[in-house]
Design a protein around this ligand. Structure first.
Ligand code: FSX
Length: 368
């Protein structure tokens, strides 16, 4: 961390103590600015801001979930990123990762809430059961009470994973626990939604880096998601897209077309209606993502993805070639009298309420 002013107790000091070089740190910041769609010049601004910042207090609560979200972030794209993010924050409470347990763990949460009142970031994964407080408790405290209590002093909340952002799998029909999302309960705090089951690790890291650099939350879309990561569909950036445009589709998972990497649309891929960055950031150190490994996208970062399925059935929208897909889809769909039930959003449809059903006829009217 040479050439950067290093203040006692700052992130910069922590990085220096861990032997992180300025070059490595700038590399991290350059990657982050690119992912956050910031101008390249912001890399050095981010480096300066983060190096001088005090480690951000983070309280992480886990409710109804499978721990996939934590598994995901602890497998961040590269060991460097993973190391860095835990240097950038002070993870004061996290059921799975903290050493303390029982009363000591709850004491750590109370202390962090008291010492950093109004300043800590609250990260939540998992949905909250409203059906009966006894469905899920931590230290004898219901998920609802713990969320409300901890949210009070938070500067902002990051809802991580589809369970926390939309209710996720616990909310799937018949929703036995009465699962709801964080935003269904907390109405007076900024909430950043980072959906995905699980979410992409570098997206979580990016949100935290943005908060540390600017002290604010990134620009969000109408579902509360950072636009830089959720601004395009998987389909928009899929490497199989040229085959879609040429009308070349795999008909089964093991036919010759599948072997040649043709489009998986007819096998139920939900890429055209799923907003996420899997096709660009990929997973496992940029190695691959579901579509690259031969399986269509299941739309896990969209609301109600499980019930909205069915997973292996082609979307009720016509196959068309062009990036103005929705307009064509509307025209053909109107003729067929079909309804597009996923919340397709593109061009004018982007301004719509996210959860509403959009009929092909309505879209056609708008496109005129
Ligand atoms: Fe849900 Fe996350 Fe899916 Fe699992 O914490 S988003 S079930 S990956 O673990 O909450």
């Amino acid at each position: 961390m040479k050439h950067t002013e290093v203040l006692p107790g700052s992130v910069g000091e922590g990085l220096q103590q861990r032997g992180v070089t300025r070059r490595e740190f700038l590399k991290f910041c350059t990657a982050m600015t690119a992912m956050l769609a910031l101008p390249p010049a912001m890399a050095s601004v981010m480096a300066e801001a983060i190096a001088k910042a005090r480690r951000q207090s983070v309280i992480w609560l886990s409710f109804q979930e499978c721990t996939g979200c934590t598994e995901s972030i602890t497998r961040s794209h590269s060991p460097t990123l993973e190391t860095l993010i835990f240097d950038l924050i002070s993870l004061d409470y996290h059921h799975t990762l903290q050493a303390a347990s029982g009363e000591a763990a709850e004491h750590a949460r109370a202390l962090a809430m008291q010492d950093n009142a109004g300043k800590y970031l609250l990260v939540v994964d998992g949905s909250i059961p409203l059906g009966d407080p006894g469905y899920s408790t931590i230290a004898g405290i219901s998920n609802y009470d713990m969320l409300v209590e901890t949210a009070k002093g938070a500067a902002a909340i990051v809802a991580v994973g589809t369970c926390a952002t939309y209710g996720g799998l616990p909310k799937a029909d018949p929703n036995p626990t009465g699962a709801v999302a964080v935003s269904d309960i907390i109405k007076d705090k900024p909430i950043i939604n980072v959906p995905g089951c699980p979410p992409i690790p570098v997206v979580m890291t990016g949100v935290l880096a943005h908060f540390l650099t600017f002290g604010s939350i990134p620009e969000l879309d109408d579902l509360g998601r950072p636009k830089s990561f959720y601004g395009e569909t998987i389909h928009d950036r899929c490497y199989r897209r040229p085959f879609y445009d040429q009308g070349k589709f795999a008909q089964t998972f093991d036919d010759e077309a599948a072997r040649m990497g043709w489009c998986l649309f007819k096998l139920g891929c939900k890429g055209p209606v799923t907003y996420n960055a899997c096709a660009t950031t990929k997973w496992n150190d940029g190695t691959s993502f579901p579509i690259q490994s031969g399986h269509g996208c299941i739309g896990c970062s969209e609301p109600n993805f499980w019930d909205a399925g069915p997973l292996y059935k082609a979307l009720s929208m016509p196959v068309s070639a062009t990036s103005a897909m929705l307009g064509t889809a509307a025209a053909v769909g109107a003729a067929a009298g079909v309804a597009i039930t996923w919340h397709n959003r593109s061009t004018k449809a982007a301004a719509r309420t996210a959860h509403e059903k959009v009929t092909a006829q309505e879209l056609l009217r708008e496109e005129k």
